[in-house]
Design a protein around this ligand. Structure first.
Ligand SMILES: [Zn+2]
Ligand SMILES: [Zn+2]
Length: 316
């Protein structure tokens, strides 16, 4: 079946690419034996097809970049390496961060910054850090409790929206947040409206406190806005996902706690206001799950050592 899809992809069949992508999302290792053929066929997109690339495939990509024969493909090739997360990919990205390969002058970011597309980074201490967890759960929308004392957004006066109310005492939550080091309750309140325009930060504690960070900066293009009610829904953890890659920013039922984000645009892991490092990713809430006509997706982030949470938003 996969052979058949690969041969269809070779002649430009978009449906076949879609099917391969679904396999890469549910069980990426099934594609490992076929990735060499995809590379031979110059099928470099989506790079997520290459999540389970093995050492020989990674070496081929690294050699191709070092050979410098296809500098116009550098962006795609670096994305493949980032999504593979392979140690050989990591050492190559580190090397190119100081010795840029052919074509790097056309890139918007340095080679090592590509790691964020694959959900990892190299910290100031030189150690690799995974920004995403390996366990993921469906996030099912429930009626949000209405509180009379709900704080409101200092910019648009909309009542704040509870984008997450989690407790690591729940084993699913504990597993989904394991990579963050968080222990206890985690409530994230944000402005559903203003978060669509800029990353909004809040300060959070393991007792479930959440306050608007006074350092949030209102973008100059965000004019006066009418207060509006936040979504009437808030997510609750459901059954485990088969893999960490099944969040969907588009489909109904795509909201996911934990695992890896489904970015609509380029990866946008929020930087922590406390330490400047990228925050840990904790989940995605799809607009399609909040409203019949909803679009885009909210992405939630946490940096436990600094006590900061963040919400940002992307749309097509
Ligand atoms: Zn607001
Ligand atoms: Zn921090």
């Amino acid at each position: 079946m996969i052979e058949e899809l690969i041969s269809k992809v070779a002649v430009g069949d978009d449906d076949a690419i879609e099917e391969l992508s679904t396999i890469a999302d549910t069980d990426p290792a099934r594609l490992t034996p076929y990735l060499g053929s995809l590379l031979d066929g110059d099928v470099l997109w989506p790079a997520t097809l290459y999540r389970a690339a093995d050492a020989s495939l990674v070496n081929r990509v690294v050699e191709r970049i070092d050979g410098g024969r296809t500098p116009d493909r550098l962006n795609h090739l670096l994305l493949i390496l980032a999504h593979s997360g392979h140690p050989l990919a990591e050492s190559a990205l580190r090397r190119w961060s100081t010795q840029p390969p052919a074509g790097a002058d056309k890139l918007y970011v340095g080679a090592l910054s590509y790691a964020r597309e694959g959900g990892w980074t190299v910290g100031p201490d030189g150690h690799r850090r995974n920004l995403c967890g390996s366990s993921a759960y469906r996030w099912i929308m429930r009626e949000a409790p209405r509180r009379a004392d709900r704080p409101s957004c200092p910019w648009c006066a909309s009542p704040l929206w509870t984008a997450a109310d989690l407790d690591t005492a729940d084993p699913s939550v504990g597993a989904a947040l394991k990579h963050t080091g968080w222990s206890g309750r985690l409530v994230i309140e944000t402005c559903h409206f203003c978060a669509c325009y800029t990353t909004l930060y809040s300060q959070v504690t393991p007792t479930g406190d959440t306050v608007w960070w006074p350092g949030n900066t209102r973008p100059s293009y965000l004019g006066p806005a009418e207060a509006e009610d936040p979504p009437a829904l808030t997510p609750a953890p459901g059954e485990a996902r088969q893999s960490p890659y099944q969040a969907s920013a588009w489909e109904q039922g795509g909201s996911t706690l934990g695992g890896q984000p489904d970015w609509i645009q380029d990866a946008e892991h929020a930087d922590c206001p406390g330490c400047g490092q990228p925050m840990d990713y904790i989940g995605l809430i799809g607009g399609a799950d909040l409203d019949e006509y909803g679009e885009g997706a909210y992405y939630l982030h946490l940096h436990q050592p600094c006590g900061f949470a963040a919400v940002n938003y992307q749309q097509s």
